[in-house]
Design a protein around this ligand. Structure first.
Ligand SMILES: Nc1nc2c(c(=O)[nH]1)N[C@H]1C(S)=C(S)[C@@H](COP(=O)(O)O)O[C@H]1N2
Ligand SMILES: [Mo]
Length: 434
């Protein structure tokens, strides 16, 4: 782990969090239930989590008092197991990845952003975890993760998740919510079983129109039974080949904040569809109306509105596929470079592929095509690269614009919407040649 966060003293770190609320911090990080005499010690999954985070077994763990922060985390932020993420909020935890840390074709687990709407489950025991499939199915079923692994084909795919609010920070007037800039997007390699196979085994009844997803996280209010978020997708989307029930991330376990031990991955649609800490999928004969499915959540006006305009709730539509977009991941914004610059990044478009990425270094006057890799599989982003020759010393901007398989190109500007969703304007990176 690195300590990029230490350059930002205004961000709460692990020590502040433990000082403020040691019991909550213990539970959030290690699933440790502190006893009233503060001598509770770690067991089971909590101990395994701490051991994974310090990178070794802890022979004397029984002597560790409750609320003890391993000194191994001395200068670390709240983002244990994450590398260089920018913290946007600590309750619920939200953190994005600076673009230059997203340079890999496959996003390492340590660099996958975190978007939590509530409080993650504590004391997670993967061996005891179950998923229930019910609602309008012939055979309601409950599976352990081992059941899923033995009954269905296990597949590994690179799949893109982008938060519907990625880019919200650039809306004017500002839109409420996490002020994501560029980095609420990632393309990890997920291992799991196809949702389609599991739904087919359960027997999808005629008349099913939507899925409903329930996770094990709890509402910020602490109110029992109140879900922080429960979203769904049209049954046709749920039955596509690249929708996974994932129990593996990049060859290892899922990071606790990315939904361990089981999550949905629905690539190319708003990240909110990809329920983390997944416990239940219910098939319904109506469009799901769980928390964050209605009102202005993950919905946009069905017509163009003036910036700041009030929009009637009944004029909103649910966001489905995410729009064509690209991200420059090298060089970093503001970098000093020589006059020959290798430009790299990724491009994606929900349910489509990318046909071309063009690069400009003269503020959009001329464009050159970048070389573009095929996606690792359907639902992965595509990597582009180009060598740019800058004519001399000075300030430059590199711009990237992607065009997808339907011929749709990224815009210079997008229409405002009340919650700041779907910002797919071109990414610009500043360069200085000495
Ligand atoms: N159970 C649960 N699942 C969830 C969320 C959540 O708060 N709770 N957040 C959703 C949102 S809005 C996004 S963008 C993605 C982010 O996934 P990540 O945190 O693994 O990057 O998870 C989705 N799944
Ligand atoms: Mo999201």
């Amino acid at each position: 782990m690195s300590s990029h966060q230490s350059s930002k003293p205004d961000h709460p770190d692990l020590h502040e969090f433990f000082a403020r609320d040691p019991q909550e911090a213990d539970r959030a990080f290690f699933g440790r239930e502190a006893c009233s005499d503060r001598r509770g010690f770690l067991r089971g999954a909590g101990l395994a989590t701490m051991a994974a985070m310090v990178g070794a077994v802890i022979p004397f763990h029984r002597n560790m008092p409750a609320g003890l922060i391993p000194a191994a985390f001395a200068d670390e932020s709240l983002l244990v197991g994450k590398d260089g993420l920018t913290l946007l909020n600590d309750r619920p935890l939200n953190a994005e990845t600076p673009p230059h840390l997203l340079d890999d074709a496959i996003t390492p687990t340590s660099r996958h952003f975190i978007r939590n709407n509530g409080l993650p489950p504590v004391d997670v025991d993967p061996a005891a975890w179950t998923l229930t499939v019910d609602g309008l199915v012939d055979h309601p079923s409950t599976y352990s993760i081992a059941d899923l692994q033995s009954k269905f084909e296990v597949v590994t795919m690179a799949l893109l998740i982008e938060c519907g609010g990625n880019g919200r920070a650039f809306f004017d007037p500002p839109a409420k919510g996490n002020q994501w800039t560029y980095g609420a997007v990632a393309c990890s390699e997920w291992t799991g079983v196809r949702l389609r196979d599991v739904l087919e085994a359960a027997g999808v009844q005629p008349g099913v129109v939507y899925t409903a997803h329930v996770g094990a996280d709890t509402h910020l209010s602490g109110e029992a039974g109140k879900l922080p978020i429960s979203r769904g997708v049209p049954i046709a989307k749920a039955m596509t080949d690249n929708v996974l029930l994932a129990f593996g991330q990049n060859g290892g376990a899922l990071h606790p904040m990315n939904g361990a031990p089981l999550r949905l991955v629905i690539p190319g649609w708003p990240g909110s569809c990809s329920q983390k800490w997944l416990r239940r999928i219910t098939l319904r004969d109506v469009v799901h109306d769980g928390p964050k499915m209605t009102g202005s959540s993950y919905r946009v006006p069905r017509y163009q509105v003036e910036p700041g305009e009030k929009v009637d709730k009944q004029d909103f539509v649910i966001i489905e596929r995410m729009p064509v977009k690209s991200l420059i991941t090298h060089p970093a914004n503001g970098a000093g470079t020589g006059s020959t610059v290798e430009v790299r990044g990724h491009a994606w478009s929900g349910d489509r592929t990318i046909a071309a990425v063009d690069i400009s270094y003269d503020f959009g006057a001329t464009w050159m095509p970048a070389a573009l890799d095929a996606p690792a599989n359907e639902g992965a982003w595509q990597t582009f690269h180009a060598t740019v020759e800058l004519p001399g010393a000075g300030y430059y901007e590199v711009w990237a614009r992607a065009t997808d398989s339907a011929g749709v190109m990224q815009p210079h500007a997008i229409d405002w919407n009340p919650k700041g969703y779907l910002n797919n304007t071109m990414h610009r990176v500043a360069l200085r040649v000495a």
